[in-house]
Design a protein around this ligand. Structure first.
Ligand SMILES: [Fe+2]
Length: 295
């Protein structure tokens, strides 16, 4: 296969051609995709009819898959997909759209807030790979915001102010902002806040980026309202139209993004109709706060 990448947005996002994700990848092909991720941060592949197993095999080219435990309120026995696959559909185990009052559905609505996957984990995710199996007839676009371009566009005073700040991230902050406040004792332990740097440096390119996410709800050493105003301001800045790519899904698209450099969100859609989206997640390899200690 010969990997070719064409930039499709002014500041980021590449569309990949010349590859078949059902086939094994050679070392130089994987390297070409990793180089594309470092540069474009989001890669789009069209017409990739893959199975769950093939999606997991392709994803493992980039590292171990993240253990999905601790990132959901769905119980193991209620899961529709095999371990290793994150279900980002609106479907229950019976294959039908979840009921309006379903707690899993309400929790999943948090994906409509700007976020970076697994920023609530001490070692957050590296890549996410999302395959569209059934596209919803209305809405459901996924939007991506380039946190490198957003960082670059900050004024010097703000860059200095935020350089060494450390945020606390938790699923209870993102869901709390939607009014979900009730958690079991077990969930409160599972969702306890973790610390993340607000400014990250990419390990290969050295580019800085804002590490924002709706899971961020506090800043170490700062009164909470002050922290939340700052986070809200930065998020508004970072999600201006010039930093955003809107992906309009076609069946069998696969989109892969670097959570270390991007935020994303899904837009509202017709929840009476299926939207079957399946994600694999490549685990990160280091805590972001380690950069503070190393500095
Ligand atoms: Fe996500």
């Amino acid at each position: 296969m010969s990997v070719a990448i064409r930039q499709i947005h002014l500041v980021f996002v590449g569309e990949v051609s010349g590859v078949d994700l059902t086939r094994p990848f050679a070392g130089d092909e994987v390297a070409a995709i990793v180089a594309g991720m470092d540069r474009y941060a989001v890669l789009v592949y069209r017409d990739q009819k893959i199975t769950d197993e093939q999606q997991m095999v392709f994803s493992r080219n980039f590292g171990a898959l993240e253990d999905s435990r601790g990132g959901t309120i769905a119980k193991a026995e209620d899961k529709r997909l095999t371990p290793g696959m994150n279900d980002v559909s609106n479907l229950g185990k019976d294959g039908r759209p979840l009921d309006r009052e379903s707690r899993v559905r309400l929790f999943n609505l948090g994906n409509m807030l700007w976020h970076s996957d697994s920023s609530f984990r001490a070692v957050p995710a590296k890549y996410s790979l999302l395959s569209a199996r059934v596209v919803n007839p209305t809405g459901g676009n996924t939007e991506f915001a380039d946190m490198r371009a957003a960082y670059d566009a900050l004024d010097a005073t703000t860059k200095t102010h935020i350089e060494d700040l450390v945020c606390e991230h938790s699923l209870m902050y993102s869901r709390g902002s939607l009014g979900m406040q009730d958690y079991s004792d077990e969930e409160r332990v599972m969702f306890r806040p973790v610390r993340q740097r607000l400014v990250r440096t990419h390990p290969v390119t050295g580019r800085k980026s804002l590490y924002l996410s709706s899971h961020a709800g506090a800043i170490v050493g700062m009164p909470m309202p002050e922290a939340r105003i700052l986070l809200r301001d930065l998020t508004e800045h970072a999600t201006q139209a010039q930093f955003v790519y809107v992906h309009r899904w076609r069946p069998w698209d696969l989109v892969m993004w670097d959570n270390r450099q991007m935020m994303h969100r899904v837009r509202r859609y017709d929840e009476s109709q299926p939207r079957d989206m399946r994600r694999t997640t490549v685990a990160g390899d280091a805590a972001t706060v380690a950069q503070v200690e190393a500095a």
